[in-house]
Design a protein around this ligand. Structure first.
Ligand code: SF4
Length: 350
């Protein structure tokens, strides 16, 4: 069996930043209970590892004792949550991904200009709940073209669409085309809302999956971008499966599979991918091949409140940036020589 490891895969800059924030706070305040509003990122292992270090995850800021520290997850929160945290005198550290914050800022700006916002995304996803909360009166969520006839439109010339950052670019395209057909004057966001990490991981699947018998995605079931990767595989005609970790693998899935693509959603840790590689090597004598599709070089700064906390504890944060190191697994590590695969770099985003 050949296992083709997609690069990029796994952690994006926003997830790396959110995890670093909680790590930093734990280091700064040993012995204090740190609260996180919602799963810091949508990965069971990341959350369980933090729980093992004493972090308490809540779905309501009312569950955080007054005056304590709360970290907002990478998916962003609505102003109502920020206000509730303030009312409880909490120190709120906002680990929202800056690319989600960008969509919030667009929602605020368009609502102020009198636009109705059609927010393309999954209604119950934390990110959509947060973005809608910026302008609830002006926002309607569109999950599929079937929702379009039910929209309440005041002025078809004063409409804008925004999107969740982790959608399938295929699905979003279908919905946006339908919106444009229904409302020809609808405005597009000033720049693409689906983020670079989502776009690049999906494009890698489009490039590699057609030459594979199966695509395996590492990621949790509530990770939107991980689930979308399996759908993109299916869209290009290759079956896709998603697992949280190696313990969920079933050897019968791989009968007749000569070439497997292995990738990971933006919130899945690399050590889980490594475990899965080992499983294939041990069980099937698989050879690993690395497919470099894009190099990513996105980095983010730390949240202001965290920097303030670091200053208070004499920790130097000057020039501290959060960047994602490239995936660490090399084919040689598993006794096979790396094989360079030629993959088009297409229209990925860095
Ligand atoms: S998937 Fe995109 S929007 Fe979400 S945290 Fe990562 S970089 Fe940010």
């Amino acid at each position: 069996m050949r296992v083709i490891l997609a690069n990029p895969r796994g952690f994006c800059a926003g997830v790396r930043m959110a995890i670093d924030v909680v790590d930093q706070v734990l280091d700064l305040l040993p012995g204090e209970t740190i609260y996180v509003y919602h799963e810091i990122v949508h990965n069971r292992h990341v959350v369980d590892r933090f729980k093992g270090r004493g972090v308490v995850f809540v779905e309501d800021v009312a569950d955080v004792p007054e005056g304590q520290i709360v970290v907002f997850s990478a998916h962003g929160v609505s102003p109502a949550v920020r206000a509730a945290a303030k009312a409880r005198n909490l120190t709120a550290i906002d680990a929202t991904c800056p690319l989600v914050t960008k969509v919030h800022a667009e929602a605020i700006r368009y609502a102020k200009q009198g636009f109705q916002i059609l927010l393309v995304g999954h209604k119950n996803h934390q990110e959509i709940v947060g973005t809608s909360g910026e302008a609830p009166e002006a926002t309607q969520v569109v999950e599929s073209p079937d929702d379009i006839p039910h929209l309440r439109i005041d002025d078809p010339d004063k409409l804008v669409y925004l999107t969740q950052t982790t959608l399938s670019t295929d699905d979003a395209g279908v919905i946006i085309d339908a919106l444009k057909r229904a409302f020809p004057n609808i405005k597009a966001p000033p720049s693409e809302d689906i983020c670079y990490a989502t776009t690049n991981r999906q494009h890698a699947v489009r490039q590699i999956a057609p030459r594979c018998d199966l695509v395996l995605v590492v990621g949790s079931s509530n990770s939107s971008n991980s689930v979308r990767l399996t759908e993109i595989a299916q869209n290009v005609g290759t079956p896709g499966r998603r697992v949280d970790d190696a313990s969920e693998l079933d050897a019968s899935w791989f009968e007749g599979v000569g070439t497997l693509m292995l990738t990971a959603g933006a919130s899945a840790p690399e050590d889980l991918v490594a475990e899965i590689c080992r499983w294939f090597v041990d069980r099937f004598g698989a050879t690993l091949h690395i497919a470099d599709v894009f190099e990513e070089s996105v980095e983010f700064g730390l949240p202001v409140t965290l920097k303030r906390l670091m200053t208070e504890h004499d920790v130097d944060h000057k020039d501290r940036r959060v960047r994602v190191e490239p995936p660490t697994i090399t084919a040689g590590e598993y006794g096979a020589a790396p094989v360079a695969l030629t993959i088009s770099t297409g229209d990925g985003a860095a």
